[in-house]
Design a protein. Sequence first.
Length: 125
Amino acid sequence: MERITQQKLAIAAVLEAAESPLTPPEILSRAAKAVPHLGVATVYRALRALRKDRKIVIVEIPGEPPRYETAARGHHHHFFCNGCRKVFEVPDCAAQLAELAPPNFQVLDHEIILYGKCPECQEEQ
Ligand SMILES: [Zn+2]
Ligand SMILES: [Zn+2]
């Protein structure tokens, strides 16, 4: 198998197994177990290729480094913890959001990020 293919598969597998979106350094440390001598530049190259193939999507939270997740999960949202700065999955969506748009506007998509404290960070208060 071509090396870049092997690296891409390993990185796609890491993102499929991940419980939440991951930063490139987090992806590197998890994928390095399957692909020895993996470097961060290779991770970025594989991430670009996987995005082009629509296998993964980017998760952008203002002021945070870009994170990546599998495209297989479909439409959902994220919770950002202001304490530990971790990102959590929000599987549901408020379906009536399109009604917030002014009359005669057609909503095609939306992004929601919930901010707050995860259970662990609430305990530390
Ligand atoms: Zn937290
Ligand atoms: Zn939604």
